[in-house]
Design a protein around this ligand. Structure first.
Ligand SMILES: Nc1ncnc2c1ncn2[C@@H]1O[C@H](COP(=O)(O)OP(=O)(O)OP(=O)(O)O)[C@@H](O)[C@H]1O
Length: 257
C-alpha cells in the first residue's frame, strides 16, 4: 500500500529554538495515525508545517506523491488534505448549514454566468452541495440545529461541525488538532465512533494530535511520539505504551506540572 502522506527530515526553527527536529512520518490510505508527546513537544508546529501555515525550515512533505513543501495552505486543502484547529474556527455568524455550503464553494461555484442564469449544471451542483451538507449534518448529529447560527451551538456541537465542514470539502486526509479537548466523556466516546466511521466507511485517513490517551490508544493504527521536537518512538498502541523512553517522557512531563 503506497503512502498518502510521506514526511521526511521535517524541521522548524523559530530563531534559536528548534521546535521540530528531523521528524519523519507516513500516513497510508484509511489509517488513523496519531502524533503524541508532552506539552510543547512540537505537535502543533508539525501540523502547521504540513498544512502550509508555516513554511518549514527543512524537509520534504509529499501528499499523494506530490511534493507539497512550501505550498500555501489553500492549495494543500484543495489537493485533499484539510485540518481543524486546537481552538474551534467556524463562521460563527452563519448558520450550521451555511457553514457546510461555504466549505464546498470550490465544487459549487461553477462559472459566474452559470450562476447568473441558473443553468441546469449550476442547479445540479447546488442540489448536490445541499445533499452533501445534509449527509454530513446527519452523520455528526446536527440536523436538528441546521438553521441555528454556529455561535449558538454547544462546544461539542461546534467541534462536530468543524469536522463536518472539513468533510464537506471531500478530503482524503483529515488532520485533527486535539479534537477531544473540552469534550465530556460522552462526547469523546461519540468522537471515537465518528473517527472510526470516517476511516472505515468514508475512506479517509486521519492524522491526529490528541492528549486523551484512551482515545489515542483505542483508535490509532500507528503512533508517533515526539519529545522536545524530536522523534522519540513509533509503533502500534501496544508498542508505544510499553516503550521505556515514552513512559519516562510522560512521567517527566507530569513531574513538571
Ligand atoms: N510561532 C511560534 N514562534 C515561536 N515559537 C513557537 C511558535 N510556535 C510554537 N513555538 C514553540 O515551539 C515549541 C513547540 O510548540 P507546539 O505548540 O508545536 O507544541 P505542542 O506539542 O503542540 O504543545 P501542546 O501539546 O501544549 O499543544 C514550543 O516551545 C513553542 O513555544
Amino acid at each position: 500500500m503506497s503512502a498518502l502522506l510521506q514526511v521526511s527530515d521535517l524541521s522548524m526553527r523559530f530563531g534559536g529554538l528548534v521546535a521540530v527536529d528531523n521528524v519523519a512520518l507516513t500516513v497510508k490510505p484509511q489509517q488513523v495515525v496519531s502524533i503524541i508527546g508532552p506539552n510543547g513537544a512540537g505537535k502543533t508546529t508539525i501540523f502547521n508545517c504540513l498544512s502550509g501555515f508555516y513554511r518549514a525550515s527543512g524537509g520534504q512533505v509529499r501528499f499523494k506523491e506530490q511534493l507539497i513543501s512550501g505550498m500555501p495552505g489553500f492549495k494543500i486543502a484543495r489537493l485533499g488534505m484539510v485540518r481543524t484547529f486546537q481552538h474551534v474556527r467556524l463562521f460563527k455568524e452563519m448558520t450550521v448549514l451555511e457553514n457546510l455550503l461555504v466549505a464546498q464553494h470550490r465544487h459549487l461555484n461553477t462559472h459566474f454566468l452559470a450562476g447568473l442564469f441558473k443553468t441546469p449544471a449550476f442547479r445540479r451542483a447546488e442540489r448536490q452541495g445541499l445533499e452533501l451538507a445534509h449527509y454530513w449534518l446527519e452523520k455528526v448529529q446536527l440536523t436538528c440545529v441546521a438553521n441555528r447560527s454556529a455561535d449558538n451551538l454547544s462546544y461539542g456541537q461546534q467541534r462536530r461541525l468543524e469536522i463536518a465542514r472539513c468533510m464537506a470539502t471531500r478530503p482524503q486526509l483529515l488532520m485533527l488538532d486535539e479534537p477531544a479537548a473540552g469534550l465530556n466523556p460522552n462526547e469523546t466516546h461519540e468522537l471515537n465512533h465518528l473517527i472510526c466511521d470516517l476511516r472505515d466507511n468514508e475512506g479517509v485517513s486521519i492524522l491526529l494530535i490528541e492528549h486523551d490517551m484512551k482515545l489515542v490508544m483505542g483508535i490509532s493504527d500507528y503512533i508517533y511520539v515526539v519529545n522536545q521536537g524530536r522523534p522519540l518512538a513509533q509503533g502500534t498502541s501496544e508498542q508505544v505504551r510499553s516503550n521505556k523512553d515514552v513512559i519516562n517522557a510522560y512521567l517527566g512531563d507530569v513531574e513538571h506540572h
